[in-house]
Design a protein around this ligand. Structure first.
Ligand code: GLY
Ligand code: MN
Ligand code: MN
Length: 460
């Protein structure tokens, strides 16, 4: 769907969203979309991405726009394209047309915004130019994340209540993003045997996303160094004995994200050590997904992953001791240092621009315990929430070669046995899981996880 083709159901959804907001707050709101950020000179900009809070209520990725919401009404502020812009950018829709497309009650030029600022709340936009403009216009500092105050904080909490669970329009978009990511991963697996470097596999995957006129929801990770958690290098050569970790997710034109990881053997065949560890990560993945249902604490799902991984590593002779005790002593986090996942929606880490306000139930704070400190979501699950489940195993040199770690876990890790698994640098398996009324639905289920089928896909 593009700006030329919005439909009545989207307009209805947008109306419904702002009516729900109006039941939670009794003050007006202005949300800015943001502006393009210059790349190397002003006319050469990074691809524009509208603020997610704006997108949620305005539906379209409009540049340099704002919306005012009050008592269920929508007012649009945007300038008509300058006459000269048709030469460089083609004919663009005018203000009145856009207003009709999003079901706005009124539309104004941007300059009129100044007359509508009395008592409004807002949320800071990510680009510095708009953020500064917000603060100047409202004559107060609009503070980011956990520093939000007063009506801005109340607004953030109201929006979080809405965006924590997804309506049907959002789910249709999220399903589309997930389906395209599934195809991208299959293309990546098939492209691997003939690829010489990581960049070729990345290109095969992103081609599928770009061909749908979508973008990636975050920088793709396509690497033989999966132990670098957010690796953004693609120059390494890929060799038959390597594992390739690909964390690649599509984002729809309307901004809805997916977040998918698979790890596969470059040769099309896991070595026995790779397969052993892969099956431990898969056991954690499957056990965690089976626990997803309303009322379950997401932190408990994280701790379940830790225990399954610890038990698997005990069974392989890498860790020594009782799994639950090992988790209490953080031994699992030497190999699984991050959280089991996060919220997913318009942002890949949904609403992380608000710090932990969205991810953490009010009254809860991040633990300072290694491993738990990277848990991005700590709430009971509710129907309509979309979360990722993404356990992993990594041999991060900075952790496992650290002398303090080595001495603390001298008798907990069988270091000699671990050295036999040197061909396993990083494995992650990540799916997008919707909490339903009775359990769960894995939106990315069409992408196989079992080792044999993954091998077949690489060889296809
Ligand atoms: N793709 C980033 C993440 O999995 O959190
Ligand atoms: Mn993720
Ligand atoms: Mn991911």
């Amino acid at each position: 769907m593009s700006i030329h083709q919005t439909c009545n159901s989207l307009i209805e959804t947008l109306r419904h969203r702002r009516q729900k907001l109006a039941t939670r707050i009794d003050f007006p709101v202005i949300l800015w979309s943001g502006t393009s950020i210059p790349r190397n000179y002003p006319a050469n900009v990074f691809p524009f991405r509208a603020s997610s809070h704006f997108l949620y209520f305005a539906g379209l990725p409009l540049v340099n726009a704002a919306i005012r919401l009050e008592a269920g009404k929508l007012e649009l502020f945007i300038d008509d394209p300058a006459p000269s812009s048709a030469l460089w950018h083609g004919e663009m829709p005018n203000r009145e047309y856009i207003a009709t497309q999003i079901g706005a009650d009124v539309a104004h030029p941007m300059a009129e915004l100044e007359s509508y600022l009395e008592g409004v709340a807002t949320i800071p936009v990510q680009d510095p130019a708009t953020w500064t403009q917000q603060s100047q216009l409202l004559n107060r500092w609009i503070l980011p994340r956990h520093q939000l105050q007063g009506i801005d904080l109340e607004l953030a909490q109201a929006i979080i209540e809405l965006r924590l669970t997804h309506d049907q329009q959002a789910l249709a978009e999220l399903r589309t993003a997930a389906a395209v990511s599934v195809e991208a991963h299959k293309a990546g697996m098939a492209a691997t045997p003939s690829a010489k470097i990581e960049a070729e596999v990345r290109a095969a995957m992103e081609k599928v996303i770009l061909a749908q006129n979508m973008t990636t929801a975050y920088h793709s990770i396509v690497t033989v160094h999966g132990e670098v958690l957010h690796n953004e290098q693609y120059h390494h050569s890929i060799q038959p004995g390597d594992l390739l970790l690909a964390d690649v997710g599509a984002e729809t034109e309307m901004g809805w994200a997916s977040d998918v990881t698979r790890t596969w053997p470059v040769s099309g065949k896991f070595s026995s050590t790779q397969r052993d560890i892969y099956d431990v990560v898969l056991a954690a993945h499957d056990a965690c997904i089976a626990q997803v249902r309303p009322g379950v604490e997401y932190q408990d799902i994280h701790l379940l992953a830790c225990t399954v991984i610890a038990q698997g590593l005990v069974d392989l002779g890498i860790l020594q001791g009782d799994a639950e005790n090992l988790v209490e002593r953080n031994a699992h986090s030497l190999f699984f240092p991050h959280g089991i996942g996060h919220l997913l929606g318009l942002d890949v880490h949904d609403m992380e621009d608000l710090g932990d306000l969205a991810g953490y139930e009010p009254g809860r704070e991040r633990s300072d315990r290694f491993g738990l400190s990277y848990l991005r979501l700590n709430r009971p699950l509710q129907p309509g929430m979309l979360v990722t489940i993404e356990p992993g195993f990594y041999q991060v040199p900075a952790i496992i070669n650290n002398q303090e770690v080595r001495s603390t876990y001298q008798y907990t890790v069988n270091w000699e046995r671990l050295s036999q698994f040197a061909d396993v640098r990083g494995i992650r398996i990540e799916d997008d899981v919707l909490v339903t009324e009775n359990g769960r639905e894995v939106l990315t289920e069409a992408l196989p996880t079992d080792a044999n089928t993954v091998e077949e896909l690489v060889c296809s």
